[in-house]
Each structure stands twice: as structure tokens, then as C-alpha cells.
Unconditional design. Sequence first.
Length: 421
Amino acid sequence: MLDSTKIARRQSEIRQALAGLAGKEKPTEDETRSMETLDLEYRSNETRYRAALIAEDTERRDAKGELETRSSQEWADLMAGFELRQVALHLDEGRQLDGRTAEVVTELRSQGGYRGVPVPWQALEVRAGETIASGTPNPIQTRPIIDRLFPGSVAARMGAQMISIDAGAVEWPVTTSAVTAGWADGETANVPGPTAFATTDRALNPNHNLGVQMRITRKTLKQSGAALEDAVRRDMQGAMSVAMDSAVFLGTGANGQPLGIIPGAATYGIMSTAIGALASWGAFRAAIVRFMTGNAASMPSDVRALIRPEVWAAMDNALISGTAVSEWERMLGNVPAGNVAMTTNALAAPAGSPLATNAVLTTNAGGVAPIFVGAWGAVDLIRDPFSDAQSGGLRITALATMDVTVARPAQLEILTGLRLA
């Protein structure tokens, strides 16, 4: 029973006892002392009652949060026990899946069709504490747990959001009309007439398949043991991270690739500004001002920048005349270092004479991500039983269906022609 309930019942008993004593015209000394004792206890219980309510309210809130997150916690616990090594052995020698791995695979199969063994995205994270057999050197280095866009992904640092889709296409309606308010010109005049409220749909379609093929020799299968799980996971993570980053920003929209941010700037309606001058804080500042005047950012720290390392080198080497302050230091004085991502994969290498490259700026306005990356279902792991049958090896292919779209182009801007010298 709750403490507040016990106290409330006791208070009711005290009030009943006091009512009987207070009705007597000439109470005895014992009855008078009893009234004083009951009155003191009643006042003390009032304080205890308020304290009990506060404590129980906190407990209720904690319990509510636990109930709301219980399903996700249970799924996370299930993911923690998923073993890619079981999947590899199942594909190689037909060993039955068991434990949490079998539960996850069964659940994924019930939600979609897979030719091979479905592998959840969370299973690609590198987990701490996994070792190989005792007495054997462990060459595996422990890395941070990775999220669904992987830790080294600059797409995640630029605010891209990964969307998990079961089946079909997903659309986001984005307001495109210019609804404005106006004043009535006079006591009996009308306010401005209705303005059409228009939206444009930004769709993610399952038209693009990303694949990773891995070849595992018979010696590896017999010798590596549990270390094989980290090795496969690490290879898949690295390959997919590189391909995803490149597709988000440089995808051509042809040859099976999704349309990336830079090649699809005109299609998405993203502003592209030609700088044609040495990379400087002034060029980035002007773009930030455009974000702020367009209500996509309220201050410079709301903006994220994606640049090549060569741009950092050029700006760090460019000192302001008469000072020891570089253009790079001026930029970091306004844009936090954590908001600047450098990449050699998601932006094309400098080209031309003089050498020039591009940069991408994004904001997260109103809690809406500037870029959406859609992933359909889980990673489909398929075995090829013929290619390496002669050597006893295992060849597996991991397939993932993905797409990229931009919800609000006003949250992105591309700077072109940033010269390095």
C-alpha cells in the first residue's frame, strides 16, 4: 500500500476520534491529553502526507518513462546478443541459428521478404567486451558503439537523419506557399483575403540498392572463431559508410545511385553560390547571413559546414594583414569546431587552375533535418554457394535498399569555386 494512502486512512481515524472527544462538554484530563496528542499527530501527518505525494509522483514519472521505453530497451537487449558469426556459419555449413540471433531473424522475416538471412542495422555496431578464445592474442581494437549512420559518417555530423522504412515509399509534405497576414484598412474593412496553403511532397523511394560482397576463406572460418564477427562487422561498416557518405553528397542519380546534394542542387532547389576567390571566413559568413535572413538559422552556431582538408589548410595559412590571426581562427570564433566536418570522400578533390573545391552548409531549422536517408528493412545477407565452392570458402553479399532526399532546400547551401591559392 502507498504511504500516502496509509497516512490518509490514519488522518480519517484521527478526525473521527477528535469528533467524538470534541462533542463532550466536560472532557476528563485523560481525554484532553488525548485530544492534544491526536492534534499533534494530525499536524505531523499533514507534512508527511505532502512529502509522500511528492515522492510517489517522482516514482510514477520514472515508472512511466520505463514503460514508454520498455519495448525499445527490450529490442536493444535483443540486439546486444545478435551474433554475425552465427549467420556466417549458417550460410557456410547450415548450422541452425539459436538464442537471440534466431529471435531477431524470425522477427525480421515476419516483417519483410529476404532471399538470405536478414541482419538488422544495429548488428553492425562494434561492441565492447568481445574477445576471442583465451590464450590467443586479440588483435581487435575496441571502438565506440556506432549508430545507424556509423560514427565516422560526415552525413550524420551534417545533421542527416536516417529513416527506417518497412515497405513502400515515404513522403514528407513541405509547405511552399507564402501565407501572409495583413491589417484591415478601417473599422469596417476586411482583412486580406485567404491565401492558398500549398505543399510539396519530398519522397523516399526504394529504387537504389547498395551492396557489399565479402569473401571469407576456409582458413578464416576455422581459425578466427569469435574474432570473425568483429572482422565482418568492421568491413561492412567501413564499406557502407564510405558508399553512403559519397551517395548523400555526390550521388549522380544514374547507374543505380541516388541523387546527391551537390549534383542534384538544381533538382532539389538548393542555393549554389559561386565564390571564385580564395577560401575565407568572409565567404562562409555571407552564406550564414543568407541562412539567418531566410529564417533557417538564428545565429552562426546553428550552421554546420562540410569542407575538404585542403580548405582548412588554405584558410589556416591565410593570415589577416598586420595580424597573426588566420581566416580559420576567425571562422572558429563564430562557428564551433564541432560544427565543422572535414572529408575526402563526400566532396570531390580540388580541380582546375587555380585549384578550387566546394563546401556544403546545413542547418537544422525547427527540429527538421536538412537531409533524409531512407533505409528499407534490414541488411539482407545472401550466400553465394558456387563461386568459392572449389576452395571451401564462403562468399556472402550484403544488400541494403536506400535513398536520399532533401526536405527543405532552404536549410542547405553549396559554395563552389573556393580557391586554395
